[in-house]
Design a protein around this ligand. Sequence first.
Ligand SMILES: [Zn+2]
Length: 423
Amino acid sequence: MFSFYADPAWSHDASHWHEDGLLVVTDGKVSAMGDYAQLSKTLPEGATVTDYRGKILMPGFIDTHLHFPQTDMIASPAPGLLPWLETYTFPTERQFSNPVRAREVADFFLDELLRCGTTTAMVYCTVHKESVDAFFEASEARQLRMVAGKVLMDRNCPEFLRDTAEGGVRDSEDLIKKWHKRGRALYAITPRFAPTSTEAQLQLTGELAAKYPDTFLQTHVAENPDECTWVKELFPKARSYLDVYDHYGMMRPRAMFGHCIWLSDDDRLRMTETQSAAAICPTSNMFLGSGMFDFDRADDARMPMSLATDVGAGTSFSMLQTMNEAYKVGRLKACYLPAMRMFYLATLGAARSMQLEGTIGSFVAGAEADFILLDPQATPLLKRRTERCNSLEETLFALALLGDDRTVAATYSNGRLVHQRKY
Ligand SMILES: [Zn+2]
């Protein structure tokens, strides 16, 4: 059993590891963790004990950027972001004005996340209010800690996906009142990206973010060079792409910026100053050929960051597969990402990026009991490799490079079993 209490990039002593561990859960919350031999003596009479010897128990993964309406178009071929949006994304998202269709996809999407061990995600819906209702109804039925929001988009997109500056913000406010902090739901104000919002919409979005400071905010920034050039044309006075969002008051704690590839050092420092966070999406970035995130420069600026799949441009729902690609992106930028760091970024690091430390991402007493069991013997190759590992770092590295949904033996949310591998 392991979990983090610090960032392994800056602390040699960052994680708890118990060879034979016990996690005590009461009413959906962690009440204690430690060595089985010690802690089992304190269990109350009649406590249910589930034996997962041979598995690795850890906090559930947190995926800080993905699009549930794009589930059915994952792995669609296109030469780059803008043609991919035109050809696949916009026609697909059109279907989400239909609540029945939206609910059916939300159900599949959430079950797929749970199969992959992801217990919290920051999710883009579509421009339609119905898509947000369908998503939160599906996540409430599973008692999941999820963050989501209605996409705001009032220009440079097809008519059938366009809201208006006032209408989009009014719908978002209605949804905040309906869903934010209802059960485990959290709302994210969600302008798609600067090119698809007018200045009037960006202005009103920033005002909404200030009016509801405990909501989240999510958008895309500096994903690929063509998009950056386009933003420069649309906002000639801005210092940079990120500066467009800064100008409208969107950089703040609980703001999550997808990609952050083509940032300047000034931009990175601004992210740190405002406690805005990056959602790094390596499978998507490699798939679309967008570019490679610079982990070392982000660390030089101490920029808050996390890992994300960006499904449907991302090619896997699995955070293990996301780590696999993150590692290779790191190598291509002459950076070295230890497995411990990648697991941190997918758990406690993400929780910190979202200002949710103490609630999710760790086993501190009082944290919500969202946890997973990883199986180092999930496949013949993994079994063979992990039997030869001599440290937790080596084992986690093998799991990150060779693992996927098959590696997740069970997923718990709120202390309840929500997925169990069937084979
Ligand atoms: Zn995205």
